[in-house]
Write a protein that binds this ligand. Structure first.
Ligand SMILES: NC(=O)c1ccc[n+]([C@@H]2O[C@H](COP(=O)([O-])OP(=O)(O)OC[C@H]3O[C@@H](n4cnc5c(N)ncnc54)[C@H](O)[C@@H]3O)[C@@H](O)[C@H]2O)c1
Ligand SMILES: [Zn+2]
Length: 398
């Protein structure tokens, strides 16, 4: 038995158990570029050739239907220009964007069918060009086909460039529960092209900024002040301000994943999910009529107010958070906050139970002790939360 227990601590060796242990380290580039598919831009070709520079790589591309129709032709021209490295196995496949693609498992099966049909193997690439929803689904397809195919993300929304695209999660919704089916699977590369945001509707541009406010509030006081100072420029989608906001937000998310100690969330906390317990519930209560970011903005306002009511955050700081979100273009009230469940209890509170069930372990949510300082708590008072909802409603009417 000695050989199996070579590195086992004495206590483990005594128990007679085999103690399997290994670590896998992940690394991938996150590139900020412009004109990603211009033939002279080598970013994508270099990312594909990173591990095997002398091979031609089979690539299957999925495109978000919200993108400009001519993008498919541009990607084909790019692949032709870089034919020594890139072989497109089929023309880019357009798929529905938005929550629709996450709500129907049939899309996952359809895409896995394409992986099979085009003989995409573990040294080939699946490239997803789209918003957070499409990236989540393609990420799941890539992670589960052949137990894991290299996956390159090209995020095309503010939210996916500053948050979800640089993360390590994927997933689809089932039984009206967000991300019920999914995996943790780091991508092979993330290529953020600011120019792809040009066609994004204003509502989507605003929605993505909620994640920047969120991460500033829990991690970075200076970024929060920066957001306050640049709120007008951001509300006007001024390019320099938008690019800076996206980059800083992405950096903070990447830092948490790499250095937070729990990239695959095996503990009880989801440290980056401030404001999200209610946001996920609001999304499903409104049948995804509210965008993820819009729901997050309401969730941030609610948990900021709750933090003040709980005596953790200074009086008035909740108003400051709300002013910033409103200046960026968010509405901080939705009638779904008043919906009742079958048991006549406020339906939004069911979000707390679902948050707990998703994580398991000890209930943990993040609240604020400062504008830039998050703290984890393990209890929320439901009556006090309802009072925070009353406050939000009264505020929306004043
Ligand atoms: N995996 C994670 O870690 C993580 C983190 C946060 C959010 N998410 C998920 O991301 C999803 C939300 O993503 P999102 O906010 O990026 O929006 P989205 O993917 O839902 O897209 C919104 C709309 O914009 C369209 N679109 C996308 N790019 C476009 C472009 N450049 N021009 C014009 N239209 C475009 C889409 O077709 C869609 O209609 C949610 O499902 C959320 O749960 C995942
Ligand atoms: Zn989010």
């Amino acid at each position: 038995m000695a050989s199996q227990q070579i590195n086992a601590p004495a206590s483990e060796a005594r128990s007679g158990a085999y103690w399997q242990r290994f670590a896998v380290s992940f690394e991938f580039p996150v590139v900020f570029t412009r004109a990603l598919f211009a033939p002279e831009n080598r970013t994508l070709a270099d990312a594909i050739a990173r591990l095997e520079p002398d091979r031609r790589h089979r690539c299957l591309v999925f495109l978000d239907a919200g993108l400009a129709p001519e993008l498919a032709a541009r990607i084909e021209a790019y692949a032709a220009h870089h034919a020594a490295r890139i072989e497109l196995v089929a023309p880019p496949q357009t798929m529905p964007g938005g929550e629709k693609i996450k709500n129907e498992l049939a899309y996952v099966e359809q895409m896995q069918g394409q992986v099979f049909q085009h003989r995409i193997d573990r040294h080939s690439y699946i490239i997803a060009v789209g918003g957070g929803a499409l990236l989540d689904v393609v990420g799941l397809v890539a992670a589960t086909s052949h137990r894991g195919i290299r996956h390159i993300r090209v995020p095309t929304t503010v939210l996916s460039q500053n948050d979800s695209g640089v993360g390590v999660k994927n997933g689809v919704n089932l039984n009206a529960v967000k991300n019920f089916v999914g995996t943790f699977a780091p991508p092979f590369a993330v290529l953020n092209d600011f120019d792809l945001l040009a066609s994004l509707p204003p509502r989507e541009k605003i929605a993505g900024m909620a994640e920047a406010v969120k991460v500033a509030l829990i991690r970075d006081p200076a970024f929060f002040l920066w957001l306050e100072r640049h709120a007008d420029a951001l509300a006007a989608f001024e390019p320099d301000a938008m690019a800076t906001m996206i980059r800083r937000c992405a950096e903070l998310h990447m830092h948490q994943i790499a250095h937070g100690g729990d990239p695959f969330e095996s503990g009880s906390a989801r440290p980056l999910d401030f404001g999200h317990w209610s946001a996920h519930k609001l999304e499903s209560l409104t049948r995804y009529h509210l965008r993820h970011g819009e729901a997050v903005a309401i969730g941030i306002a609610l948990d900021s107010r709750y933090s003040v009511s709980a005596g953790m955050l200074a009086q008035g700081a909740d108003d400051r958070v709300c002013f910033l979100l409103e200046n960026l273009g968010f509405k901080l009230w939705h009638p779904a906050l008043r919906m009742r469940g079958a048991d006549q209890r406020p339906a939004i509170l069911q979000g707390l139970r679902e948050f707990r069930e998703h994580l398991g372990g000890e209930f943990t949510v993040t609240l604020l002790t400062g504008l830039g300082e998050g703290v984890e708590v393990h209890e929320l008072d439901e009556a006090m939360m309802m009072t925070a909802i009353d406050w939000l409603e009264a505020r929306s009417k004043s």
